[in-house]
Design a binder for this molecule. Structure first.
Ligand code: GLU
Length: 299
């Protein structure tokens, strides 16, 4: 029996095999959903072919199965949802919520100046493309008000998007839909009520909320887990050469993931089989115990 009032998801990008950091995110979102008798969906965010690794999507699914995760319904693939994203973008365009932009990344960086840590879009094309320029991307007109939400672990978050990123991209110059658009549309279409994911995405959340508001979608509850970093403070990822996680000692590795999330691991958990491990972990899960930090170091 699942509780229709909680629907969570895990949404990996198939840029490489599952590593310990993504396993921790999967464990957190899975246990939060199951401990509330909720549904847990799996979505492959294969939206950006140049960044993907052939075979990684299947590899991730096989690894999740080997760790005993079970998801509800079919796996969804963003690569198969292009028509939906196009329709939603069209709806926003019709409302005047977007505009075509002719600026290159270099122009935006040059405008910001060398001391700026990240380039805020200066709004060059907001009132129309300058003469002689053609459209490269499509941007959302962001509202001039502070966006706030209460994260279940990280606490109160507020952002004034005009100063953080400015009008952000929905359709990229290479013709691909932006992650922000796809994730918001998918979460709404799949009825996701609770998003549990790594705190590296905390800075994207206000942009996603603005898009939800522009589209009349509800805003889900958010829980951003601390991200696992290596001894140099770098997030485990393909770029930081994180090792693929192995399911050879699945229960022991899951116990390490649980400890990273601040959960007590009962002695009997270490020796049990996967099915019993998950039953025990579900019963013991308390989101309140998750460290209230943005990062945790892998040991
Ligand atoms: N696909 C994203 C990633 O692997 C996660 C997106 C999300 O959970 O919203 O980093």
């Amino acid at each position: 029996m699942t509780d229709a009032s909680y629907c969570g998801r895990f949404a990996p990008s198939p840029t490489g095999p599952l590593h310990f950091g993504s396993l921790v995110a999967a464990v957190g979102s899975f246990l939060d959903a199951r401990s509330r008798d909720g549904e847990w969906l799996l979505r492959m965010e294969d939206l950006d072919p140049p960044r993907e690794m052939p075979g990684a999507a299947d590899d991730i699914l096989r690894t999740l199965e080997a760790f005993g995760f079970c998801w509800d319904g079919e796996v969804t693939y963003q690569s198969q949802r292009q028509a939906t994203y196009r329709g939603v973008l069209h709806r926003l365009e019709q409302k005047g919520a977007t505009y075509p932009c002719g600026c290159t990344r270099r122009e935006i960086r040059n405008h910001a100046g060398p001391d700026q840590p990240h380039a805020v879009y200066p709004g060059t094309c907001r009132d129309g493309l300058p003469p002689g320029r053609s459209a490269r991307s499509v941007r959302l007109r962001v509202p001039e008000r502070v966006i706030s939400f209460e994260d279940r672990v990280q606490g109160a978050v507020s952002e004034y998007i005009p100063q953080q990123s400015g009008d952000f991209i929905l359709l990229r110059a290479d013709g691909l839909f932006a992650y922000q658009l796809a994730v918001v549309v998918d979460d709404a279409d799949q009825g996701i009520t609770d998003i549990v994911r790594g705190a590296d995405l905390l800075d994207s959340t206000c942009q996603q909320i603005v898009l939800q508001q522009a589209l009349g979608y509800p805003t889900p509850h958010y829980l951003h887990l601390p991200v696992v970093v290596n001894e140099h403070g770098k997030k485990l990822s393909k770029q930081s050469h994180a090792r693929a996680v192995s399911a050879d000692h699945a229960v022991a590795t899951l116990c390490t993931a649980l400890r990273a999330l601040g959960q007590p691991v009962a002695d009997e958990a270490i020796d049990c089989n996967l099915a019993d491990f998950w039953k025990l972990a579900e019963a013991m899960w308390r989101a309140e115990r998750i460290p209230k930090t943005r990062t945790i170091t892998e040991h």
